[in-house]
Design a binder for this molecule. Sequence first.
Ligand code: HEM
Length: 199
Amino acid sequence: MSSLLGAPVADRPAFDAAVTGLFDMTPQGVRRRGRHVLTLIQYMSSLIERKREVPGQDLLSALVQVEQSGEISRTELINLGLALLMAGYETTAHQLSLAILELLTGDTADGKSVEALVEELLRKTPSTPVSFPRVATEDLVLGGTTVCQGEAVIVSLLHCNHDAEVFCTSGVRTNARRPTHLTFGHGAHRCVGAPLACR
Ligand code: HEM
């Protein structure tokens, strides 16, 4: 992700520390979160300035041009840059750890092609177990529960991936017309990095 965005290799340790700190869920870590957010915003602002002065063949330089054309604001550019760097970092790192753990302890690998194995590991061990919240724009009934307009719903992707109506216990799809798994979410906000993450 750093290479794609054009972040220098030398910046990685500082960035790594700030992102790891941001996702530290201990009470101490949570108290320090504001500091890490500030560090990341300052980091992205300075990287944007560097790309403005010396553009490269990278995604952030291209986005800086979009900002200069007036299509997006500086705040949007900072948010986009950080979203891409962070969304593709923790998720992928944890997905690899979870997949390796499953390979070492489970029987998922038995007799599968690499493509089928990757899909099955993604299904069984999603590193992001829940979706972003969706807010109902009108009253609706979902699985027998009424969701009122304005209420938020978070979908458990982990549970969807184990839906007995779609998968039998061995993970083989019983309904081939359904998607293989929801590890990258669904709909308009499905993970934009999915083709990159499981290329
Ligand atoms: C195995 C690795 C990854 C997993 C498991 C993962 C998972 C997810 C999930 C579950 C969502 C929310 C989808 C929803 O609510 O419907 C999401 C959104 C997103 N992901 Fe990923 N992701 C991964 C890698 C990446 C990479 C490499 C990038 C960067 C290119 C990325 C960028 C994003 C962005 C920008 C969004 C927000 C999309 C939007 O709101 O429209 N992700 N991801």
